[in-house]
Design a protein around this ligand. Structure first.
Ligand code: ZN
Length: 274
């Protein structure tokens, strides 16, 4: 509820007087806000924006949040409370993971599940593997087999992948499609590359099923079409990150369904003083 609607809901004369007295007795309008509301206002008022403005969408997102502070904070706090598995770690071109960042709960993927595996040395964090199997089970009911092709990648393995790409296509081109060590979401152990790992995957039954249904199971496409300036990477129709169902709904509701915006906001929120 914003300020205007709060006044609308006050119906007795006495209440209106009380409100104006309490407002008048305080020096600034600001003092009627909660600590979280104040934090939100200050975070969204600083420039450059707390989220990328490379597509000119930051002000629209910030304005909508500021116009609905209480509703947004209720959603945000529910999402953060639900995140018992620490799924919102920021790993991108601006925020690097250390060489020592190795998830403690990695589990190997096996062939006895409802998804297929492209190779035998794949692993994911335990809650993410469970979520993958749940999604794959739903796909299997519709006759679709999901294939996990690339999953957790260690810092050292990412060095190999990145160097191979640089050797093949040159640094500039490699940086658009391949992460430098420490900047890959794959190091989080919460990401799956599905199928062929090519644009053609978008036209396959599995690719189309994921585009339509992944969000229902808490998975989010990390690098959507047309957002290279924001995410740092070209469209990758095969690369999905598990964030949990509440976070994906939150991303859809407040951040134009762009994972990068939500992760940047949460990172800023967690690192800001209250
Ligand atoms: Zn990937």
């Amino acid at each position: 509820m914003n300020d205007a609607s709060r006044f609308d809901s006050v119906d007795s004369k006495e209440a209106i007087e009380k409100t104006s007295v309490s407002r008048a007795s305080k020096n600034s309008h600001e003092e009627t806000y909660s600590a979280d509301e104040k934090k939100l206002i200050s975070l969204l008022s600083i420039r450059p924006y707390i989220i990328s403005d490379a597509k000119g969408e930051a002000s629209e997102i910030a304005d909508r949040i500021l116009a609905n502070k209480q509703e947004f904070l209720k959603d945000l706090n529910a999402v953060l409370l639900n995140d018992t598995e620490d799924l919102f770690v920021k790993a991108d071109k601006n925020t690097h993971l250390s060489k020592d960042f190795i998830p403690k709960d990695l589990v190997s993927l096996h062939t006895d599940k409802n998804y297929d595996i492209y190779r035998n040395d794949l692993s994911l964090r335990i809650p993410v593997e469970i979520a993958l199997n749940k999604m794959a089970t739903a796909a299997a009911i519709e006759g679709i087999r999901l294939v996990a092709s690339s999953t957790y990648r260690s810092y050292d393995y990412q060095i190999t992948v990145y160097n191979r790409n640089v050797a093949e296509m040159g640094k500039e081109a490699a940086d658009r499609v391949s992460a430098q060590p420490g900047t890959s979401q794959h190091q989080l152990g919460t990401v799956v590359d599905f199928g062929s790992i090519t644009d053609d995957y978008a036209n396959t039954k599995a690719g189309q099923w994921l585009a339509k249904n992944a969000a229902t199971y808490g998975w989010s496409l990390s690098f959507p079409k047309g957002y290279e300036d924001v995410t740092g990477y070209q469209w990758e129709c095969w690369h999905y990150r598990y964030l949990g169902v509440p976070a994906v709904k939150f991303q859809q509701k407040w951040f134009k369904n762009i994972q990068q915006y939500m992760i940047e906001f949460i990172y800023g929120w967690k690192n800001a003083k209250s």
